[in-house]
Write a protein of this length. Structure first.
Length: 331
């Protein structure tokens, strides 16, 4: 039995047959060549209801003339996916990759942010019947931040009690005070924001991508970008997309001047309100990647060499400080 025997039959649901199938990304993304062109097929565990919602939203946008996303290909029964067991398989047209951006690692950022701004603008809505739309997000973040704070305290005890501290222990302990200060600043900002907006009934919600990064935007023929992989999409505050975008941007060595230019470009398409800017500043102030590094090293070990662990931590600290400087200057 071929490893692709579960993929090829799916194309019958599209009135096509696959002449060849290649794996694009293990274990769930495949490229199929058919007489009608090339397509990407993805196996996903995304709930069917959410996949229907996202595909319908993108289809509506496409009918309105927006070409900022790689569209779903619908089956002969006009379904956006094929269900097999617990997995949903969906198909999209094959798009040439972002090889032209390889020499410029930040080239993905302007087209990605412009498309996000367009997506947020075109799908914005007011749910004035429920003033608590953003509260679950804020509460879940505060709970997660408290969990990580507890974990960092446990990590500090482990590092301090070792008879022979590792190089990572020493680097961590040297930066612990700054990390805790950053975490506390973010927590205070978020708690203050929640208290001031407890009864606010007009938060803007949009369709958000949920995972904006270089792998999920490809250039099109006009020189703009097209978003793909909406598996984490949801109807939520656009600030979530912006937070994820900027964390990735600075992680890829983006600088403060470029970050400000990008933010101004976003604001030309979809200006944020003051309370949204405050929320983004709180989100971005939290040292999330650093906390993940510490959690992995001390509590969920991976096969990292000591040299790699130290190098990764120091690099992440440097980028966190640049992001922190930008947040202070910009907002």
């Amino acid at each position: 039995m071929s490893r692709y025997d579960d993929i090829a039959p799916l194309f019958k649901e599209y009135d096509m047959y696959a002449q060849s199938i290649d794996v694009l990304k293990e274990p769930n993304v495949f490229k199929a060549t058919t007489p009608y062109g090339s397509f990407v097929c993805k196996r996903s565990q995304i709930p069917a209801q959410r996949l229907v919602f996202v595909s319908d939203m993108l289809r509506q946008l496409q009918h309105r003339g927006w070409d900022g996303a790689v569209p779903f290909t619908y089956t002969k029964y006009d379904d956006p996916f094929v269900q097999q067991g617990s997995a949903a398989y969906y198909v999209t047209p094959w798009q040439p990759g972002n090889e032209e951006w390889v020499g410029e690692p930040l080239s993905w950022a302007p087209p990605a942010l412009e498309r996000l701004a367009e997506l947020h603008h075109l799908t914005q809505n007011y749910r004035y019947d429920d003033p608590r739309q953003v509260e679950p997000l804020v509460d879940s973040l505060l709970n997660r931040w408290q969990y990580w704070q507890d974990q960092i305290n446990k990590a500090a005890v482990l590092a301090q009690e070792r008879k022979y501290p590792s190089p990572f222990d020493l680097v961590f302990l040297a930066n612990k005070e700054f990390i805790e200060e950053m975490a506390q600043i973010a927590t205070d900002l978020l708690i203050d924001w929640r208290e001031r907006h407890e009864t606010h009934a007009h938060f803007r919600l949009s369709l958000i991508h949920g995972n904006p990064n270089p792998e999920h935007v490809v250039p099109d023929r006009s020189g703009k970008g097209r978003l793909l992989n909406f598996d984490r999409a949801s109807f939520d505050t656009p600030v979530r997309d912006l937070t994820l975008f900027y964390r990735t941007y600075f992680q890829m060595a983006g600088d403060e001047a470029g970050a400000s230019q990008l933010f101004h470009r976003y604001a030309e398409i979809f200006p944020l309100r003051p309370e949204e800017i405050e929320l983004m500043a709180a989100f971005l102030s939290y040292p999330e990647r650093i906390m993940r590094d510490l959690d992995i090293y001390y509590h969920h070990p991976r096969e990292w060499t000591e040299f790699y662990a130290v190098q990764r931590f120091e690099k992440d600290m440097d980028r966190l400080m640049r992001l922190h400087r930008w947040v202070q200057q910009a907002f």
